[in-house]
Design a protein around this ligand. Structure first.
Ligand code: MV4
Length: 502
């Protein structure tokens, strides 16, 4: 096994990976920015090193510096988490060159799936269904695109090949709109990714976003861990995920699972990855893209399969075989994940910053909270607003919803505004309860009018604060995240690193 792993990330995902390492008896290294000196991932690791100023490009995106630190402290491997350097083939390549294992896929798989045009062409060859559209790779001229458009039919979408997350995407309803919208899509893609190349796909209306978790080892074994329903999004940011999808039956699940495995095999994929599909109301499914990383929402899959995805990633990177064959994967019960963001749902989801003065985490049967914050920690505007993931498991979807309502009610965060009221409203939504929602639901059908701040009486506020103060005392005692002496050694290391680089 690896002796030492460096986690090139922050927040809840860094802590999640550090926890897996600790269970596996692997020593851990964190890296941090100047804004994150007090962060949980710094306190949790055996060693921690300063990267640089708060902005990501000066800290968590400094691949060169991270590799230098890994060499210096003799880490065997780097886990990139999600975001930041996770899907940068040049970083994976640089790790290889430095003889440090990148806990993720091969650079060539990242590159192939990173270019959405190449990804489409590659999976088409493997017999994976894609949305009808352009099939050539490489740069197409505006004239090529305009000529092909009527064959695809309207409405269609112009998408950036370097894209993902909706950047550089344009809906076109008629031929005469093509030239103008191609130009603006190219401009946005060029500005966002430095690559103005675009391709076309027929627009699939009222679709659901359903993704399959796959795991592949370096011995040719590829399995899937079922799907996650991710249609509840706002501006391409997922808010709530669940497994299994209320929309799939066992037959479709098995079919799509096999197709997801084929897509992964098409790029000789190794490690954990996700195949995204659009599923229309007639249950036609289409490959959309592949995420070549561990995802935020991986816990819902862990809850229903019992597989520790991060531990499996580490084993695979070490060269071991998968611990499971497809026949060993069984789905049990239902899981929901609410992303808890420091955003004000009463004010257009405006990010909210400041110090968390108190927090009270829900606990009890079927609850998991993955978080990177604690009372006393300050939320800064530099990074993603997600501060926690509240995950619940229930025997049935109904039980999971009731449990999520209970957990959201118990959850207290004081000091920043959070989107907890949004999730509470969602749990009360009849459409959500019925599982009848698609990717337009949050933005177009979800009634914000119901989200009125509940009037709380003086007595209730007094009782709430009494609970919080009492709880804070116990939390302070319980907040010792690392056993024994390691806390001080950690800071000793930080000091040493800073002295070395002054
Ligand atoms: C689509 C689509 C409909 N038809 N492609 C959005 C971001 C990028 N990952 C792909 N996206 C979409 N591609 C075709 N051919 C609708 C979306 C889409 C979407 C997809 C998944 C989850 C949420 C979404 C919200 C709006 C649009």
């Amino acid at each position: 096994m690896f002796k030492k792993v460096l986690v090139a990330n922050r927040g809840e995902i860094a802590v999640r990976i550090l926890r897996a390492c600790r269970e596996l008896g692997i020593n851990t290294v964190s890296v941090f920015s100047e804004a994150d000196r007090q962060a949980l991932h710094v306190r949790y690791a055996d060693e921690a090193y300063l990267l640089g100023p708060a902005p990501s490009r000066d800290s968590y995106l400094r691949g060169d510096r991270i590799i230098e630190i890994a060499k210096q402290c003799k880490a065997d491997a780097i886990h990139p988490g999600y975001g930041f350097l996770a899907e940068r083939d040049d970083f994976a390549e640089a790790c290889e060159e430095a003889k440090i294992t990148f806990i993720g896929p091969k650079p060539s798989s990242i590159a192939a799936m990173g270019d959405k045009g190449v990804a489409r062409a590659t999976v088409i060859k493997a017999g994976v269904p894609v949305v009808p559209g352009t099939e050539d790779v490489g740069n197409m001229t505006d004239e090529d695109l305009v000529a092909i458009a009527p064959k695809i039919g309207f409405p269609l979408l112009i998408k950036a090949t370097a894209g993902g997350g909706g950047k550089g995407m344009r809906e076109v309803d008629a031929l005469e709109e093509m030239p103008g919208l191609i130009r603006s899509a190219r401009r946005e893609a060029e500005a966002s990714f430095g690559d103005g190349n675009v391709y076309l796909e027929k627009l699939v209306e009222g679709a659901r976003h359903i993704e399959f978790q796959i795991m592949a080892d370096g011995h040719g074994n590829v399995i899937h861990l079922g799907e996650r329903e991710c249609s509840l999004q706002r501006r391409h940011q997922k808010l709530l995920e669940e497994a299994p999808s209320p929309f799939l039956d066992q037959t479709l699940r098995e079919q799509m699972g096999k197709v997801a495995v084929k897509a992964a095999q098409a790029v000789e994929y190794i490690n954990a990855g996700t195949i995204e599909f659009l599923v229309d109301r007639h249950k036609n499914y289409y490959f959309l893209e592949m995420n070549t990383r561990l995802q935020v929402e991986h816990p819902v899959t862990e809850m229903v399969t019992g597989v520790d995805i991060v531990a499996e990633q580490i084993r695979i990177a070490r060269g071991r075989q998968l611990s499971y064959e497809q026949k060993d994967i069984h789905f049990n019960g239902h899981a929901l994940e609410c992303r808890i963001n420091a955003e004000d749902p009463y004010n257009g989801f405006l990010p909210s910053t400041g110090r968390i003065t108190h927090s009270l985490l829900p606990t009890g049967p079927g609850i998991r909270v993955d978080t990177g914050v604690y009372p006393g920690f300050e939320i800064t505007p530099y990074y993603d607003p997600m501060i926690a993931k509240l995950i619940v498991w229930g025997e049935t979807r109904g039980q999971a919803i009731l449990r999520m309502r209970r957990a959201l009610e118990e959850y207290r965060i004081v000091g920043v505004r959070t989107n907890i009221p949004f999730h509470q409203t969602m749990m009360d939504s009849h459409r959500f309860m019925a599982g009848q929602y698609d990717t337009r639901f949050v933005e177009e059908r979800f009634s914000m009018a119901k989200m009125q701040e509940g009037k709380t009486s003086y007595d209730e506020i007094a009782a709430l604060f009494a609970t919080l103060v009492a709880h804070e005392v116990t939390q302070r005692a319980a907040q010792i995240v690392r056993p024994g002496e390691r806390d001080t050694s950690n800071w000793k290391w930080v000091g040493r690193w800073e002295r070395m680089h002054r």
